[in-house]
Write a protein that binds this ligand. Structure first.
Ligand SMILES: Cc1cc2nc3c(=O)[nH]c(=O)nc-3n(C[C@H](O)[C@H](O)[C@H](O)COP(=O)(O)OP(=O)(O)OC[C@H]3O[C@@H](n4cnc5c(N)ncnc54)[C@H](O)[C@@H]3O)c2cc1C
Length: 287
């Protein structure tokens, strides 16, 4: 399939990119790795008249510590996340999740900024960002602002990004030492989007769960934080009755689409199983 005609722009600064996007209006889209946008253009599901390529802008890449946060530039690729010693040490769940995205070819080009800004319920990073309590830095025509990941997703492909805004970085609070983590993803084959996936971050004290956050991917039109499911496991040693209670609390908020990945009931059922598996694996890793 061949995309419709478009003009290509390659600004050298973030300010120029914002200016271009604001001037060109609705007809313009930022281009990051292109691994979601270009397939949509080839299918003519997206027909932007202008692409504003972010690759020429310095300072949009890299992983750094800023106080008790890890800040990741939007144009950092999934491959670069996997290669980062800092991520492996401080945020191993991000490493685990990045490794479950597609295949090396996609990961060499696809960026964290594109993955979280896209708004596709099938993207893996958004639910993880909710689980980690991340926030996004947005730069726009009237300046910069920070927004919590939990307030960013408003519907399928519908986010809090205002016209002309670019997501420049993702900030993630450094998790507690000794935390347990797991990202469990069921897919039909290697390289596929999730049929259902769950992210779990927890801490244990005296053999019982002290804190817990659970995120869900592709089980609703937006990523979900399963707050009641997380509450259900606090103070427990994750016995099988508690695991089942957490799974049904999570299933209660799921409303996946019925599609080639299966009917609604099946996807909710396996979503609950992903929650139980992620809880067990996270607990086994907690110090
Ligand atoms: C075969 C295949 C399998 C895949 N499997 C998975 C998978 O299992 N899990 C998964 O999570 N993803 C998967 N993906 C998607 C992949 O991870 C994409 O790279 C990612 O979703 C988008 O990142 P990108 O950098 O390619 O963004 P692009 O495709 O360039 O952009 C995506 C959208 O976000 C906007 N955008 C991009 N960057 C910014 C920014 N900084 N600020 C504001 N808006 C921005 C663009 O305008 C566009 O609307 C797959 C892709 C392919 C081709």
């Amino acid at each position: 399939m061949i995309p419709g005609p478009f003009s290509y722009h390659r600004p050298q600064t973030l300010a120029d990119a914002v200016k271009l996007l604001s001037t060109l209006g609705d007809e313009a889209r930022p281009l990051a790795g292109g691994h979601s946008l270009v397939p949509m253009m080839k299918l003519r599901l997206a027909t932007p008249a202008h692409l504003v390529d972010l690759h020429g802008i310095d300072g949009l890449k890299g992983v750094r510590h800023d106080g008790n946060k890890i800040v990741i530039g939007a144009m950092t690729t999934q491959h670069e996340l996997l290669a980062s010693g800092e991520i492996a040490k401080s945020l191993p769940i991000l490493h685990e999740t990045a490794l479950l995205i597609a295949d090396p070819q996609v990961r060499y080009r696809g960026t964290i900024g594109g993955n979280v800004a896209n708004g596709d319920p099938g993207n893996d990073m958004p639910a993880l960002m909710l689980t980690l309590g991340a926030s996004y830095r947005l730069e726009g025509p009237s300046g910069g602002r920070d927004i919590a990941a939990s307030e960013f997703y408003q519907g399928a492909y519908f986010t809090a990004l205002e016209p002309g805004e670019i997501l420049s970085s993702v900030s993630i609070p450094v998790p507690a030492a000794g935390h347990g983590y797991a990202y469990e993803k069921l897919k039909r084959k290697v390289g596929d989007y999730a049929t259902a996936a769950a992210a779990v971050m927890l801490t244990m004290a005296g053999g019982k769960v002290a804190t817990c956050a659970i995120g869900l991917t592709n089980l609703h039109e937006t990523p979900l934080l399963a707050a009641d499911a997380a509450k259900a496991v606090i103070g427990s040693s994750l016995d099988s009755a508690t695991l089942k209670k957490a799974a049904s609390a999570a299933e209660a908020i799921m409303s996946p689409a019925a599609d080639a990945r299966g009917p609604i009931e099946y996807r909710k059922h396996v979503g609950g199983i992903m929650v139980m598996r992620a809880l067990q694996r996270a607990a086994s890793r907690a110090g």
